[in-house]
Write a protein that binds this ligand. Structure first.
Ligand code: HEM
Length: 467
């Protein structure tokens, strides 16, 4: 049967693709005018494309991508650059700083813990009344990113903060996945006829430029992190240094695009929505919560704060984090890739130049593989001895929330460490109960913003009595 992209459920295309997988198998193509989209859904197909044949699929689409082109300064960011030397260089610089962030920089660790402390205080401040934790979570995650970039944190009333939140909201309006505004990708000339999405896109570009100017000004305004002779750990400085190296191919456009979209936007929306959903899930799963609390009490106790080095001793918390990433699949179709040459995937030819979509959501909820995939069960990642199953266990192999291969998520390590710190710290201090406003946490009912997210809900954070 002929399938085309206009038949796709606009807000949640991965659900339609999941349905189609039943008739069409794990590798099928969809047409949109003259463009061919190939959708891969099974672990075998996705692994073959991303890892075994990763180089052949490391390209990025430039056709039918007008909105991405405008937003990313003509494809100047890591997410949209072709897999060339500039992309490699930018990934390397960011990677190095992200690693530094999570390993051993005492001052940064102190800032990280201050942010968790902020979250704990805000939860306490709600005074055991029903409240929506979205802003607190967003604020905490965003300040992680701001520390990485600028070495400082911001309060939510500061202009930069407000602009970033507005940026994300405008992005939701301008570029829901195949949904609102997608017509502009195919018919860019609509912009000459008062197209609504194009107007939002212009606002988005204006906001991006304002955020960039504010951040440049912050970066040049003395340094809050450094002492005489100490290494500058800020990502912004590292990128600026690389730009001013003799013969560097980097431009101001690369920096602006990487910082505003790859780091600020990709870094904040993904992690904060995962944590927001965690609170929704945990408020309805008392048994999981009790097991998390038992582990935190046994390994950390109530007198000291959680550290990243505790992670290895806390298999249940790690299993919960993995289950959260599977269950929520906040980036359900990964990011689009392009095949650079004709390539065979699971016996089918994917022609060169196809846009390839990876249905991670389907892989993570495939009823042929997972038992009760729509139930939240951290135990699926634990062995009989209560330890975390090894990385080669089929359940771990079938989990790829960050993609895999050459274009694997740049922020994987940072996201995982933030998820761990927040989950363990919240469980150490609070019982999380459902509040007055409920929203579904079933993955089939999540909303699509920049990434999948829970509709607004409230919780009650009841302070735990010291153990
Ligand atoms: C790419 C997921 C956090 C920056 C991706 C991809 C996924 C993903 C699925 C696409 C991989 C592919 O297409 O093969 C997530 C999830 C996160 C998260 C689930 C948190 C729970 C972050 C953070 C940052 C970040 C914290 C930045 C600090 C990026 C960038 C890319 C990317 C720049 C593009 C990489 C490239 O094309 O070379 N992410 N991400 N992400 N992510 Fe993340």
């Amino acid at each position: 049967m002929f399938r085309n992209l206009f038949q796709v459920r606009r807000e949640r295309p991965e659900l339609t693709f999941s349905e189609w997988t039943k008739d069409l198998g794990p590798v099928f193509s969809v047409k949109l005018f003259h463009s061919q989209f190939v959708v891969l859904s099974s672990f075998e197909a996705i692994y073959e494309a991303l890892v075994t044949k990763g180089n052949s699929f490391s390209g990025k689409p430039t056709k039918n991508a007008f909105r991405a082109e405008v937003m990313t300064d003509q494809f100047s960011n890591i997410t949209r650059l072709q897999a060339n030397q500039t992309w490699k260089k930018l990934r390397l610089i960011c990677h190095k700083k992200i690693k530094m962030y999570d390993t051993g920089m005492k001052r940064i660790e102190a800032i990280s813990m201050n942010m968790i402390q902020f979250l704990v205080e805000e939860f306490k401040g709600a005074n055991q009344t029903s409240f929506n934790p979205k802003d607190v979570i967003y604020n905490t995650v965003m300040n992680t990113i701001m520390t990485l970039l600028l070495g400082k944190t911001f309060s939510k009333d500061e202009e930069l903060f407000e602009k970033v939140m507005e940026f994300e909201q405008a992005l939701i309006r301008a570029s829901a996945p195949s949904g609102r505004g997608a017509e502009l990708d195919v018919f860019p000339w609509l912009r000459f006829f008062g197209n609504k999405t194009y107007k939002t896109l212009n606002r988005l570009v204006e906001l991006r430029n304002q955020i960039w100017e504010m951040m440049t000004e912050e970066a040049s305004r003395g340094d809050l992190l450094l002492k005489e002779g100490e290494e500058d750990v800020r990502l912004m400085s590292a990128l600026r240094d690389a730009l001013s190296e003799e013969g560097s191919e980097l431009t101001e456009k690369h920096l602006r695009s990487v910082i505003t979209t790859d780091i600020v936007l990709a870094g904040t929306a993904t992690t904060s929505n995962s944590l927001y959903l965690f609170l929704n899930i945990i408020s309805r799963h008392r048994a999981v919560q009790m097991k998390l609390q038992e582990e935190v009490d046994r390994i950390i106790g109530s007198d000291r704060t959680v550290c990243l080095t505790d992670k290895g001793d806390m298999p249940y918390t790690q299993a919960t984090q993995l289950e959260l990433l599977r269950y929520s699949s906040v980036v359900p179709l990964a990011l689009p890739h392009t095949s650079l040459e004709d390539t065979i995937i699971q016996g089918k030819t994917v022609p060169a130049g196809s846009t390839v979509l990876l249905n991670l959501y389907h892989m993570h909820h495939d009823e042929d593989f997972w038992e009760n995939p729509f139930e939240f069960q951290p135990e699926r990642f634990l062995g009989d001895d209560g330890g975390l199953v090894s990385a080669s266990h089929p359940n771990r192999r079938h989990l790829m929330p960050f993609g895999a291969g050459p274009r694997v998520c740049l922020g994987e390590a940072l996201a995982k460490s933030r998820l761990f710190l927040v989950i363990a710290s919240v469980m150490q201090k609070f019982d999380i109960l459902s509040g007055e406003v409920l929203a579904p946490c079933d993955p089939r009912l999540l909303e699509h913003g920049v990434v999948l997210s829970s509709a607004p809900f409230q919780i009650i954070a009841k302070e735990r009595v010291s153990q």
